[in-house]
Ligand binder design. Structure first.
Ligand SMILES: Nc1ncnc2c1ncn2[C@@H]1O[C@H](COP(=O)(O)OP(=O)(O)OP(=O)(O)O)[C@@H](O)[C@H]1O
Ligand SMILES: [Mg+2]
Length: 316
């Protein structure tokens, strides 16, 4: 077998975010409003995870689908700027790159998403080489990628057969049907990363305890994200709660979950104990909330650790 080049292969959705801020008043049909500022950036939870894992120092490759358009160029270049390899990005001639238009007004926002190319990524788009060259597979945003859904068990099974470690964050289901066969998929997932709400909806339970009981026999390790409270780690039949590195001056929490995943996976692929992975996940989630958006707080390992020490009293 060839030598592994990548610490992690991230398979997931890609889109741009076009964010309009300080709009005169709430958008209305048939009327034109003015916005005082605008930002066009790389969006998507998978891209935030890949970027931050790369900023921590891991070698990351991304497999995803974009269009043959300017937004596709922006997605590709933004990942490359974060040190992420884009050899496995497919540029579809049929579909445009996904885009989310965000209209921010006061504390509220309206969003419209065109999923585009990301919906059409399938397991057949991921070349065998991508598996052979990677140590770990992470897949994110199951419900946004109908093209990947029929092949999801095969994706994780193949990764395990080829000796990769694996992780999964299904994220929110916009249709709120929660049609994900965890009994089939989770046996091939080393670390499952739901947040509290997602875990409850997925298992159709009202308490975390019952949800964990229901899912535990299918899962290996579960890290449950609890927002500003911290996280739970369920492993070897026991549940460990770790309090967050509480940030009382949150700029925004966009991408906190993805940054938690990035921190956890970074330690996991470097052979640390699961509790150390959880701790570092909490720390990265907290650091995420110190700057706008999901990637701004993450430049390189040394600077990330400096923020951890200065703002959260982290001792490594
Ligand atoms: N205010 C905060 N202060 C410190 N840490 C925080 C704060 N908010 C979140 N975190 C950390 O970030 C982690 C992930 O956040 P969260 O629970 O919001 O994930 P999520 O719901 O998956 O988010 P996302 O919307 O990004 O998918 C938490 O487990 C916690 O460790
Ligand atoms: Mg999440």
């Amino acid at each position: 077998m060839k030598n592994k080049i990548y610490d992690a292969l991230v398979v997931g959705e890609l889109n741009v975010d076009l964010i309009l801020n300080s709009i005169d008043s709430f958008p209305e049909m048939g009327k034109e409003k003015l916005a005082k500022s605008m930002n066009l950036t790389l969006g998507s939870s998978s891209a935030i995870l890949a970027s931050n894992l790369s900023s921590l120092g891991a070698k990351v490759s991304f497999a995803g689908k974009i269009g043959f358009d300017q937004f596709g160029v922006l997605v590709n270049d933004s990942l490359v700027n974060k040190g992420v390899n884009t050899d496995y990005l497919i540029r579809s001639k049929e579909w445009n790159t996904g885009a989310t238009i965000v209209l921010n007004f006061d504390e509220d926002r309206a969003m419209v998403t065109y999923p585009g190319a990301m919906e059409h990524l399938t397991i057949n788009d991921i070349p065998d080489e991508a598996f052979y060259l990677s140590k770990h597979l992470h897949f994110s945003s199951y419900f946004l990628q109908p093209g990947m859904q029929p092949g999801i068990t095969d994706l994780f099974k193949k990764a395990k057969e080829l000796g990769l470690t694996t992780s999964l964050d299904i994220q929110w289901d916009p249709n709120e049907k929660w049609d994900f066969d965890y009994q089939k998929v989770l046996p091939f997932v080393d670390v499952f990363f739901p947040n509290e709400q997602e875990l409850l909806f997925l298992t159709k339970e009202k308490s975390i305890d019952n949800a964990v009981k229901k899912i535990i026999s299918f899962a290996n390790h579960i890290a449950v994200k609890l927002g500003s409270k911290g996280s739970l780690l369920v492993t070897n039949g026991k549940t460990v709660f770790k309090e967050s590195y509480l940030n009382k001056n949150v700029v925004d929490a966009i991408g906190a979950g993805d940054s938690f995943n990035a921190g956890f996976i970074f330690k996991f692929i470097n052979g640390f104990s699961l509790e150390e992975c959880q701790e570092f996940g909490n720390l990265m989630g907290a650091i995420n909330t110190t700057a706008a958006g999901g990637t701004t707080a993450f430049t390189n390992y040394n600077e990330i650790i400096n923020i951890a020490k200065e703002k959260f009293g982290y001792k490594n």
